[in-house]
Design a protein around this ligand. Structure first.
Ligand code: FAD
Length: 545
């Protein structure tokens, strides 16, 4: 397939929109989270002409609010979900191979404590089984630790309750970046995608839906797109979209809220990712990320506004209590929370089951109109979910397209044997500019942008502006369809969560740059300022502005 010259910028939006409205697509995908992104890429690689529409920014739904693990889900073994654990466990290595700058192996410590969820024997057995189910390589399989070894790894564990520990393998990622990279891979292969494009209605003919009516939220105009097949991957909004189609008035999803808190590592000094017991039989993750540690998650039924999901003070107190109970550190309070995020799990309803008992499996729903909806599942299984949906679409289109090829497809390659070799090489290139770039910034750049970090560094060095932040913004404006300052500050860089001070110091400069780029009205610029100030306040739980 011929690929277009790669530009993914809002400045080309009107032209791209006019072209899209004149095209009959094979497939329209509703929702630019990880599920929609996976479907877009799978379909375009098979040769389909595909369009994706997302009502806000890409990955602005659940796909930027997860625990950011590519994992098999040890706890699902307790619910006897062997198939789910095997499939997502095996898929971890595939996702790592295909996006190695975004999916990194992470050794996870499971401390065994008195009256904890796992006893020494049951944990050892479960993790050995977990490793086997997920075909984990021999050298990466679980390792049992004595109490002294566990404390050496994590001196701030409560020594009184600790009995021993087990280290096992998982992967960590950046969910929002993984999503945008998959969408970019789709665009590189000639797919189309628009953010800030909300589906409002469908038109149906004899053979079902043939038109999707959207509102362009950037200029309030109506856009109508045509397609032979339509898939909704609208995550927590799947029922809402099905209602637009009059397909179902009853709900099929059960939404639960999960929050995460971010602390400075100085306040919460852990060295490793830890899977630890809360006081109520649930388990939480504490995961170091650069100078921060994030902790989560909760799992509580949610029935409020789907577009205004916040971490409440009581959500935060639950996590603070869990940390304060478990770790031997000076007590943490709300004032130590640097940032937070809250997201919704679109779980599939099962009669008589509470939130934590509900399966994390995905499900596909069919409407009489031909609308295909997929919900549930996990970040980890996005590729196999996409494969199943696109197989169905292919059948609907007369099986005229090829087989799924995403298993071998490298989302973003670099020409080195290992990712570390690539980072070292980039750092060496920057030796001459030591006074401009800190090593940690280079590392972060590589983690976020992979081999394109060289483009950004080159731009930064050649313009002599010495401004790595604005160089990243310029890159994201041209290649990552950034429109709102929070697209950049929250989802393309993750700074709103993991470096909120940087956002406080720089959001006005970012807005100025966007204003010059897009030529906003005074009202729009004011709104962007307001949105950033509100986000800063909300994510820091009302802390320093
Ligand atoms: P979303 O990311 O929500 O995407 C749906 C998109 O559809 C949204 O962006 C929305 O704006 C858009 N949309 C809705 N309506 C419309 C419309 N009318 N028109 C256009 N667009 C529309 N999984 C893991 O594998 N590992 C983890 O560590 C993990 N941790 C988690 C922690 C929490 C707290 C939660 C909540 C989930 C976690 N998950 C994890 C699960 C995983 O995050 C989700 O399964 C996944 O992100 C869902 O992606 P999605 O694309 O289906 O939904």
């Amino acid at each position: 397939m011929k690929s277009k010259e790669f530009i993914f910028s809002h400045l080309h939006r009107q032209k791209r929109l006019s072209e899209a409205m004149e095209t009959e697509f094979d497939l329209i995908v509703i929702g630019g989270g990880i599920t929609g992104a996976g479907i877009l890429l799978d379909a375009v690689l098979r040769g389909m002409n595909v369009l994706l529409v997302e009502k806000n920014d890409f990955a602005s739904g659940t796909s930027s609010k997860s625990t950011k693990l590519i994992h098999g889900g040890l706890r699902y073994l307790k619910q006897f979900e062997f198939g789910l654990v095997r499939d997502s466990g095996t898929e971890r290595a595939v996702v790592h191979q295909n996006a190695c700058h975004l999916v990194h192996p992470e050794r996870m410590l499971l401390p065994i404590v008195q009256e904890g969820t796992f006893g020494k024997f049951s944990a050892s057995l479960a993790i050995a089984f977990y490793d086997r189910l997920a075909s984990v390589k021999k050298e990466q399989r679980k390792k049992s630790l004595s109490k002294a070894e566990t404390l050496k790894m994590e001196p701030h564990l409560n020594a009184k309750a600790l009995k021993s520990g087990i280290v096992y393998s998982e992967y960590r990622t950046d969910d929002a970046r993984l999503t945008i990279e998959i969408i970019k891979a789709g665009i590189r292969n000639s797919a189309s995608a628009f953010s800030y494009m909300e589906v409002e209605d469908f038109s149906k003919g004899e053979s079902g839906i043939h038109e999707v009516q959207c509102i362009d939220k950037i200029n309030d105009s109506t856009c109508v797109f045509r397609a032979k097949a339509v898939v909704s991957a609208a995550g927590p909004w799947v029922d809402e979209v099905r209602k637009l189609d009059n397909a179902r008035r009853q709900t099929s999803l059960y939404l639960t809220k999960g929050v995460h808190l971010v602390f400075d590592r100085v306040d919460f000094p852990v060295n490793n990712a830890i899977y630890f017991d809360a006081f109520d039989g649930r388990m939480l993750f504490a995961i170091p990320r650069r100078e921060s540690v994030y902790v989560g998650t909760t799992d509580s039924p949610y029935n409020s506004d789907l577009d205004e999901i916040e971490c409440s003070i009581s959500d935060a107190e639950y996590i603070l209590n869990a940390v304060n109970n478990y770790f031997n550190i000076p007590q943490l309070g709300i004032e130590h929370v640097k940032s937070s995020w809250a997201g919704l799990r679109p779980l599939i309803q099962q009669k008589g089951k509470g939130p934590t008992e509900l399966s994390r499996k995905d499900e596909i729903f069919y409407s009489d109109s031909g609308l295909i909806s997929i919900a549930g599942g996990k970040l980890t299984g996005y590729r196999t979910m996409a494969k199943r949906v696109v197989d169905i679409v292919n059948k609907k289109l007369g099986s005229s397209y090829g087989e799924c090829s995403t298993k071998e497809y490298k989302i973003h390659e670099h020409p080195f044997n290992t990712y570390q070799a690539y980072v070292d090489w980039t750092a060496r290139i920057c030796e001459d500019y030591k006074e401009r770039f800190a090593l940690k910034d280079i590392r972060e750049l590589c983690d976020n942008f992979g081999k394109d970090s060289l483009l950004i560094l080159d731009q930064c060095i050649s313009t002599k502006k010495n401004d790595l932040i604005l160089s990243q913004l310029d890159y994201c404006l041209e290649y990552e369809s950034v429109f709102h300052p929070l697209d950049f500050l929250e989802r393309r860089t993750g700074w709103l969560y993991f470096n909120i001070e940087k956002v406080r110091r720089n959001f006005q400069a970012v807005i100025e740059r966007l204003n010059t780029h897009f030529g906003w009205s005074t009202e729009l610029k004011e709104k962007m300022l307001f949105d950033c100030q509100r986000a800063l306040k909300m994510h820091s739980l009302g802390g320093a502005e």
